[in-house]
Write a protein that binds this ligand. Structure first.
Ligand SMILES: [Zn+2]
Length: 93
C-alpha cells in the first residue's frame, strides 16, 4: 500500500528518504517501501518519480537511481563522503 499524500509532499519539492520519513512520521525503510510502490503505481499515470542519485563527493561516482537511501560507501574509492539521493515527483511529459 502506498501513501497518496506522498504526491503533494514531493511534487516540486525534492526530499531525501530521511526527510520524507520525518514528515510521514515513519521509519526511513518504510518510507522507501512506500516510494517503491508509488513508483510502480505511477508508471502509467500523469506523474513520474524522479530520483537524483547518490554520488561520491570524493571521486564523483554516481550510484543508480534505484537506490533511494544513502549508500554507506563508494564502491570505487571507498570514501564515505556521499551525497544522499533526492526524490521528487514531477509531471510526465
Ligand atoms: Zn568515490
Amino acid at each position: 500500500m502506498f501513501r497518496k499524500d506522498l504526491i503533494p509532499l514531493l511534487s516540486g519539492n525534492p526530499l531525501t528518504i530521511r526527510e520524507i520519513a520525518q514528515r510521514l512520521r515513519t521509519k526511513p525503510s518504510e518510507a522507501e517501501d512506500d516510494l517503491v510502490h508509488l513508483a510502480k503505481s505511477l508508471v502509467h499515470g500523469e506523474w513520474h518519480l524522479s530520483v537524483t542519485p547518490a554520488a561520491c563527493r570524493k571521486c564523483g561516482f554516481e550510484f543508480g537511481t534505484d537506490k533511494l537511501h544513502k549508500p554507506s560507501k563508494c564502491p570505487k574509492c571507498h570514501a564515505t563522503w556521499l551525497s544522499e539521493p533526492v526524490i521528487e515527483i514531477v509531471p510526465r511529459g
